[in-house]
Design a protein around this ligand. Structure first.
Ligand code: PMP
Length: 420
């Protein structure tokens, strides 16, 4: 028998590579909200936030092909693409966020944001939540508790991930931030930055009221630190009500980083900050990025930018997201395992529990449901602090028919999978 693709991957790329699902899916093509595997089976993609405006969107494909056939080079030449995109992007931010920088991955963007924070504050301490992911560089991987580095830097400290289902108050969370600042100071590190996803996407996307973060933000600023908002997941209109996650939370960060959906699959990422922070960074670090902001990446990003507006995708996210959540709430009436339905726009899901009274997380059950739904041709994931939240972030062209298909699969899976 010939060696399986999974075995070849392991042999050539090494052990412990992550795959989704107990039986990984081998995809060969995609369009809009659908993907197809090597056997021709169709799946509805409810999870992939990379193909933001739909898989293989013709306008994005055309922009990439046209620019690749005209010119692609590193970023030391003058080119309109990078400034055209920077102009569009910075125009979507409040004052004083008017300077952009481009990279190839969200990890790099967060890495630079940490360096910018050092440059502008002169300090080294960083705070993150204890259930987040901000990327894979050596510095950024220090911000992970779920995949802890072997050598934790003493310049990094953590606060608990906010939770709206088992809530802690905004003031208590700010006290946690103050305590982390004090611990850092004790270890000789003044605060340079609090790094958060404003939607707490990896933490289980709690429904936090606007202004909930204000006391913590005040504590950070009082200590001389800045706020880095990681918009890699909530950005670019996904939340429906707002274009950026920090707008929904009601604050203006000092640096906003972004990536994944920005190029619809083409690797482009970046950050936006103030002129003051950018100047401090440029004065402190000599920085060059060969591919960051190259003409093809900028053509891809600009096409995505235009499609979001031309096709009203933020509005679609709001409408279809509300519809899908209402459907999940209907399912909750007959499936007591659904403890909470939450999210915003096309970033939503359901927290599954053994018992609504105790809210005991149904972690194994949630994993089994995600796998059962996969066999019904619908792709989603599960995460959150207890890994018991079905998480959905489909391409923004997701329709109400797509939502109905997802709801049917979840309904059937909840009925079939034993709670255990
Ligand atoms: N920040 C967040 C919130 C992410 O979810 C991710 C990727 N999962 C990253 C940063 C890192 O982005 P990349 O994989 O492009 O380096």
């Amino acid at each position: 028998m010939s060696e399986s693709l999974l075995d070849r991957r392991e042999r050539l790329l090494g052990p412990r590579l992550t795959t989704f699902y107990e039986q990984p899916v081998h995809l060969v093509r995609a369009l809009g909200t659908k993907v197809w595997d090597a056997d021709g089976k169709e799946y509805l993609d409810c999870y992939n936030n990379v193909p933001h405006v739909g898989h293989c969107h013709p306008k994005v494909v055309e922009a990439i092909c046209k620019q690749a056939g005209t010119l692609n080079t590193h970023t030391r030449y003058l080119h309109e693409g990078i400034v055209d995109y920077a102009e569009a992007l910075t125009g979507s931010f409040a004052d004083p966020l008017n300077s952009a920088m481009f990279t190839c991955t969200g990890s790099e963007a967060n890495d630079i944001a940490l360096r910018m924070a050092r440059a502008v504050t002169g300090a080294t301490g960083v705070i993150a939540t204890d259930h987040t992911y901000h990327g894979n560089t050596m510095a950024v991987s220090q911000l992970s508790c779920t995949n802890p580095p072997p050598d934790r830097w003493d310049s990094v400290d953590f606060v608990s991930a906010p939770d709206s289902y088992r809530p802690i108050s905004s003031e208590d969370w700010a006290k946690e931030v103050e305590a982390a600042i004090a611990r850092l100071e004790k270890r000789g590190h003044q605060l340079s930055a609090l790094v958060i996803c404003p939607f707490f996407a990896n933490e289980g996307f709690p429904d936090l009221p606007k202004g909930w973060l204000d006391p913590a933000i005040r504590a950070v600023r009082k200590a001389g630190g800045i706020i880095i908002a990681d918009e890699v997941q909530p950005g670019f209109g996904r939340l429906g009500t707002h274009f950026w996650g920090h707008e929904k939370s009601g604050f203006v960060p000092d640096i906003a980083t972004m990536g994944k959906p920005m190029g619809n699959g083409h690797p482009v990422a970046g950050l936006v900050t103030s002129r003051k922070v950018m100047e401090a960074f440029r004065e402190t670090f000599r920085y060059f990025n060969t591919f960051g902001g190259n003409p093809v990446s900028m053509a891809a990003a600009l096409a995505v930018w235009d499609v979001i507006r031309e096709e009203g995708l933020q509005e679609n996210a709001l409408e279809v997201g509300d519809y899908a959540r209402a459907g999940l709430r209907d399912l909750a009436e007959k499936h007591p395992e659904i403890g909470d339905v939450r999210g915003s726009g096309l970033f939503f899901g359901a927290e599954l529990v053994h018992d609504r009274e105790t809210k005991a997380p149904a972690t194994d059950f949630t994993k089994a449901v995600a796998n059962a739904v996969r066999h019904k041709g619908v792709l989603m994931n599960f995460l959150g602090v207890h890994y018991n939240v079905l998480k959905m972030r489909p391409p923004l062209v997701f329709s109400k028919d797509d939502a109905d298909r997802m709801l049917k699969a979840v309904d059937e899976a909840l009925a079939e999978v034993p709670l255990g």
